[in-house]
Design a protein around this ligand. Structure first.
Ligand code: IPE
Ligand code: IPE
Ligand code: MG
Length: 248
């Protein structure tokens, strides 16, 4: 357990877990070893988030563009996700963690889909941290799917186009009901969103860190939370509010 306290804790932290391949390469290991080590970092991060009272932790596990990787790597990544859910679901449940999955579900292998649905079902009444797994997720794909549902409602006469609002769009996204991320962290030194939460990141704070994902630790996470607490968030207004003030 952590004794750490912060001026404020973001309600929702989203993480682009990047650098597994380079971590392995640096050590002369196959890329898959980096992904394996990355799962340990996931476990540590989920605990660290729960321990300081973060309510939502979104982890970018596999993007809709990651299918472009070689088939062996894709199957390693899918295998690791399956193994993670099989092995860790009971533990997450004990930690009172609720699992939610965002991303396109159509055309997924049925064994993965079943595991993801089972994880959501098993943990649906849990009330501590919500762990949002972004799997087969791409923001543009998510927005296009949301727009299709709106267009269908308009076509069917259930909705007038002039009644479409940002709130209505929000409610059609995979993240419906989840507050926007206060903080987005990306490891590995890359400074881009790579099609992650484009709509939801409108007023997120960003922290890019040089460490590769397998080297991510509770300490690095908490250092990022300290940085977050010192940021000024303005939301388009003139009053500077520290993140701490926003959180109260
Ligand atoms: C992140 O590490 C894991 C996924 C994208 C699934 P990478 O596999 O992207 O590692 P690098 O960026 O090639 O080092
Ligand atoms: C983003 O990382 C996706 C995940 C972390 C799952 P990538 O490694 O796929 O992103 P790019 O290709 O470097 O932009
Ligand atoms: Mg990468």
């Amino acid at each position: 357990m952590s004794e750490r306290t912060f001026l404020t804790v973001p309600e929702h932290v989203a993480i682009i877990m990047d650098g597994n391949g380079r971590w392995a390469k640096q050590r002369g290991l196959p890329r898959t070893m980096g992904h394996r080590k990355g799962v340990d970092a996931v476990r540590e991060t989920v605990r660290a988030a729960g321990d300081v009272g973060i309510k939502y932790l979104t982890l970018f596990a596999f993007s809709s563009e990651n299918w472009r990787r070689p088939e062996t790597e894709v199957s390693d990544l899918l295998g690791l996700l399956k193994a993670f859910i099989r092995r860790d679901l009971a533990d997450l449940h004990r930690q009172n963690v609720r699992v939610r999955v965002i991303g396109e579900r159509n055309n997924l292998q049925s064994d993965i889909l079943d595991l993801l649905i089972d994880a959501e079902q098993t943990t649906r009444n849990n009330t501590a941290l919500t762990l949002v797994i972004a799997f087969n997720y791409g923001s543009r794909d998510e927005m296009a799917r949301a727009m299709i549902t709106l267009a269908q409602d308009v076509e069917a006469g259930r909705l007038r186009s002039q009644d479409i609002t940002p709130a209505l769009i929000n409610a059609r996204l995979d993240t419906a009901g989840i507050p926007d991320p206060d903080l987005i962290i990306r490891t590995s030194g890359e400074e881009r969103l790579s099609n992650f939460l484009l709509w939801q990141a409108a007023y997120s704070e960003f922290i890019f860190m040089p460490e590769y994902w397998p080297d991510f630790t509770r300490e690095l996470f908490y250092a990022a939370l300290e940085t977050y607490a010192s940021r000024n968030r303005r939301f388009g207004g003139l009053v500077e509010k520290t993140a701490a003030a926003v959180g109260t």
